[in-house]
Design a protein around this ligand. Structure first.
Ligand code: SF4
Length: 200
């Protein structure tokens, strides 16, 4: 059987880590046992499951839609980009006259930061290229606020996803350590700082 971790070595969640600091992703990728599942991560997983339960009873008005079919925990891959991931929810609708797939990511956060927008765009690219159906937008559902923020999956965001993935692929191919974050204030509170002797 094909090993997904070899065929699709990059997880969608890796994009967020890379955007925060490429080395955080590098250490996680190369030293996967270093970082245990923290309370915060576990809480995020449980909050996502609870949101899925609630979502099944909610109307689609939150997303500006009156009709559509929701599917949860949708496994996606894209060989061209070596990417794999599970979209929390995909809405299949034809409300605007043609069929449209809309990925939704549940986040235990009050802010739709650029790094999590990358994840929504990545799900969009995977859906579009796998199923051949246009994906123009997605949503981040911010669990603490119970609000959905629309994310335009435009050319700028698509390009950004591709650039990040190319950077990751270069690191994996050449097994080189990426540059540190340009925001060194992140290093002071980073759990990997003991490995980054050149920035501390
Ligand atoms: S110490 Fe700084 S450069 Fe190193 S992984 Fe952490 S945030 Fe990145």
């Amino acid at each position: 059987m094909l090993d997904d971790t070899l065929a699709f070595p990059i997880r969608v969640s890796d994009l967020k880590q890379w955007a925060y600091c490429p080395r955080v992703w590098y250490y996680q990728h190369c030293l996967p046992d270093v970082r245990p599942i923290t309370y915060k991560m576990q809480h995020g997983i449980e909050a996502g499951l609870h949101t899925e339960e609630l979502e099944q009873r909610r109307s689609l008005r939150l997303y500006g839609l009156t009709r559509g079919v929701r599917t949860f925990n949708v496994a996606l891959t894209l060989a061209r980009l070596g990417l794999r991931g599970n979209a929390d929810m995909v809405i299949d609708t034809n409300e605007q006259g043609e069929r449209e797939l809309i990925p939704v990511d549940f986040k235990e956060s009050k802010i739709a930061g650029d790094h999590v927008k990358l994840q929504v765009a990545a799900y969009g690219l995977m859906l579009e290229e796998t199923l051949g159906i246009p994906v123009r937008r997605g949503f981040l559902y911010l669990i603490p606020l119970r609000q959905a923020e629309e994310i335009a999956i435009d050319n700028r965001l698509r390009k950004k996803v591709e650039v990040v993935l190319q950077g990751m692929q270069r690191v994996m191919t050449h097994e080189t350590m990426p540059e540190p974050t340009s925001s060194l204030s992140k290093c002071a509170v980073c759990e990997f700082r003991r490995f980054c002797n050149d920035v501390m």
